[in-house]
Design a protein around this ligand. Structure first.
Ligand SMILES: Cc1ncc(C[n+]2csc(CCOP(=O)(O)OP(=O)(O)O)c2C)c(N)n1
Ligand SMILES: [Mg+2]
Length: 511
């Protein structure tokens, strides 16, 4: 029994649990896309550019556990590398699929479009090896069943991105039919995490390991308190009596006899410029596949802002208070880099609510395409985005696809006319940005067939009204531009920014 390389790939993507593939078309991937488009279990979801496409897939992987991004050679793939690197850093299995020039042109040393004009058609696969756990090129159709199954298994096992390159003339070639779904779905043996001692700090690897429920059970058996790192917010239920808060701290509290770190990632961001790293002496670290036995913690304050008077000027605290009121067990809150991180870290979450942050890779503007991809994967959840004006301007085009696919995402855009977080790390004129008319921007995207809604608010009462109007808009995104004072930012951001700035300014060590 035979099939084609493209059909085999479509079958495997669907068997791996993918229902939507994200793409930007080009001539080198068009035969492949035609087959994926016609596959009954896959829905083609186009993006405005490959950077956003890769982030949309990354966001979808957060929702569904695995994702696919299909791009054209060179011009497309190199833009998508950013989202693939993010998937690597954030432990998300994203399958990057790229078309490639006709194999005959390779043999004939022809100079083809989207290549470097130096005869090297291996540059792309060589580059991508550094940001994937497995990268293959299907040059002969006969190799497709083995290579495709191999990369999908690697992605699932390692929780990392993989790469498949399929030349334009190989996509429709015949190959053997796929084996049973178990060939790509079987679990790696021996990856269970054994935890039988104290649990204290929880990091972002917990989700990658699928260990959220086990963690609650272990904490309950041990009866110890659990603090989460900022990027792991929502990975332990905040209503649970053992929940201690978000650990990010500039204030180190050394009250624990022992600290067990489960899936933690200590970076300059999560430790506020290396000022809050738990001591090694009383720390047990449980990673994906290893446990390290010997070696304080700081908590950020919960906000309890008073309700602002409806006519008073809008502040960050009031915005946070109103968004916090919106959160339900069905909400997923996407938070972009900037002061939004600190706002979200302080919000109280109802059990079931999820928070997504991209703290390790930290690409400004990631939240817009990632929330779009996530919403395609989890249409039942209420997706809310908290994003700064600077971040928004980097990836704003993807709001267009929210309009096209009628995705009811709520976007809270904090307009402080600048890259405030960078002002705190090291000020300069470069951090002033061009102001936009964001509501008109949304009108432009709507054109004559979109249902996106845009509101600009400057008062607490206006925000409340805009939220109420936005909640009834189920046929597209609602963007609420929250116009605040340029100097209004959280105390935590100021402290964290200064500590990070100091860490960046350290002189080179002399050996
Ligand atoms: C792709 C990319 N370029 C540059 C940066 C550096 N950077 C970090 S935060 C930031 C500005 C964020 O500004 P905004 O979204 O307005 O948030 P605010 O700080 O004002 O809250 C920039 C440019 C980055 N993280 N990612
Ligand atoms: Mg800003």
């Amino acid at each position: 029994m035979t099939t084609t390389v493209s059909y085999l790939l479509a079958t495997r993507l669907s068997q791996a649990g993918i229902t939507h593939h994200f793409t930007v078309p080009g001539d080198y991937n068009s035969p492949l896309l035609a087959t994926l488009r016609n596959h009954t279990s896959l829905t083609e979801t186009t993006c405005t550019n490959e950077l956003n496409c890769s982030f949309a897939a990354e966001g979808y992987a957060r929702a569904r556990g695995i994702a696919a991004c299909v791009v054209t050679y060179g011009v497309g793939a190199l833009s998508a590398f950013n989202g693939i690197a993010s998937a690597y850093a954030e432990n998300l299995p994203v399958i990057l699929i790229s078309g490639a020039p006709n194999t005959n042109d390779r043999e004939a040393f022809h100079s083809v479009h989207h290549s470097l004009d130096n005869g090297d058609l291996d540059f792309q696969v060589e580059m991508v090896r550094r940001i994937t756990c497995k990268a293959v090129v299907v040059r002969r159709a006969g190799d497709a069943p083995r290579l495709i199954d191999e990369v999908i298994r690697w992605a699932r096992w390692c929780r990392k991105p993989v790469y498949i390159e399929i030349p334009v003339n190989v996509a429709r070639e015949a190959c053997l039919l796929a084996g049973p779904p178990s060939s790509v779905l079987e679990r790696r043996r021996g990856d269970a995490v054994g935890v039988d001692d104290a649990v204290r700090k929880v990091g972002e690897w917990v989700r990658a390991a699928g260990a959220e429920e086990v963690l609650v059970q272990v904490a309950e058996v041990m009866g110890c308190m659990v603090a989460v790192q900022p990027a792991a917010k929502s990975m332990f239920p905040e209503g649970h009596p053992l929940f201690a808060g978000v650990y990010w701290g500039e204030r180190v509290v050394e009250w624990a006899d022992a600290v067990v770190c489960v899936g933690t990632v200590f970076t300059d961001y999560s430790t506020a410029g290396w000022t809050a790293v738990p001591e090694v002496g009383n720390r047990i670290t449980i990673g994906m596949d290893q446990v390290t036995v010997p070696g304080g913690s700081g908590m950020i304050d919960r906000i309890a802002p008073l309700r602002a008077h409806g006519g008073s000027a809008l502040t960050r605290k009031e915005i946070s208070r109103q968004i916090e009121n919106l959160l339900t067990p069905e909400t997923t809150l996407f938070v972009d880099i900037g002061d939004s991180w600190f706002d979200a870290a302080q919000m109280a979450l109802p059990d079931g609510a999820r928070v997504e942050m991209q703290m390790q890779w930290a690409h400004t503007g990631w939240s817009i395409p990632a929330a779009f991809g996530y919403a395609m994967g989890e249409p039942e959840r209420k997706v809310v985005v908290l994003v700064g004006d600077g971040a928004f301007q980097m990836t704003a085009q993807e709001v267009s696809q929210m309009t096209r696919y009628q995705t009811p995402i709520s976007l809270f855009l904090i307009n402080n006319r600048g890259y405030t977080v960078d002002v705190e790390i090291g000020d300069g004129f470069v951090n002033n940005i061009k102001n936009w008319d964001y509501t008109t921007f949304l009108d432009a995207l709507n054109s004559d067939d979109g249902y996106g809604r845009g509101y600009k608010v400057t008062k607490a009462g206006e925000l409340q009204q805009a939220i109420e109007r936005g909640l009834v808009n189920r046929r597209g995104p609602t963007l609420i531009e929250c116009y605040i004072d340029r100097a209004d930012c959280s105390r935590e951001l100021v402290v964290w920014g200064h500590l990070l700035g100091e860490a960046n300014r350290r002189q080179p060590a002399v050996f």
